[in-house]
Design a protein around this ligand. Structure first.
Ligand code: AMP
Length: 191
């Protein structure tokens, strides 16, 4: 199994690079943002619970996120590994993930953290908002709140994996293919 946490602030390119990594290594994508958006579009109770938090750019409560991830892991079999995209976003989520994976004997191999400066992120997100229609990508105030939430609640997750010797930081600026080359180089050197 190859289990990777693809980490970085909103707009860092996690979704784009996940797609390419999945194709290369035959992995299963586990994006909590995508899972929530699917629940919302299907009008499930979980979707209704998540929507208010997402609309404001705040984090959905840990127990809701962890339960959803546990379900997805339980219901996926025969995969070569997972790419965790947008999860874990708090240290409590990271601890819960370690516990679940430990029980399965398939730990996280590495965290690849995409590094991109804030001005570039804001520019990318506003552009994405025009194309995707995602409400949380269209309002600069909401985007700024997501950056603040990321700085406050999510950056400690990188320290959590660093303490386990699993953190690799990757320059997330440049062409999509050159960033992908940096990611695969790091994977090949560490898998
Ligand atoms: P994303 O698609 O990863 O940018 O996520 C969109 C929104 O979904 C976030 O701004 C949060 O409101 C919510 N969300 C996604 N993943 C998580 C998570 N792991 N923990 C808490 N909230 C999340």
């Amino acid at each position: 199994m190859l289990n990777i946490v693809l980490f970085g602030p909103p707009g860092a390119g996690k979704g784009t690079q996940s797609e390419k990594l999945i194709a290369r290594y035959n992995l299963t994508h586990l994006s909590t943002g995508d899972l929530f958006r699917k629940h919302i579009s299907e009008g499930t109770p979980l979707g209704r619970k998540a929507q208010q938090y997402m609309d404001e750019g705040n984090l959905v409560p840990d127990e809701v996120v962890i339960g959803m991830v546990e379900d997805k892991l339980k219901n996926t079999s025969g995969t070569a590994g997972f790419i965790f995209d947008g999860f874990p976003r708090t240290v409590a989520q990271a601890r819960a993930l370690d516990k679940i994976l430990e029980a399965n004997g398939t730990p996280i191999n590495l965290m690849l953290a995409l590094s991109v400066d804030e001005a570039e992120l804001l520019d990318r997100l506003l552009k994405r908002g025009k194309v995707s229609g995602r409400p949380d990508d269209q309002d600069p105030e909401k985007i700024k709140n997501r950056f603040a939430v990321y700085a406050r609640e999510t950056t400690p997750v990188a320290e959590y994996y660093q303490a386990q010797g699993k953190l690799i930081t990757i320059e997330g600026v440049g062409g999509i293919d050159s960033i992908f080359a940096r990611l695969t180089e790091a994977i090949e050197a560490n898998k």
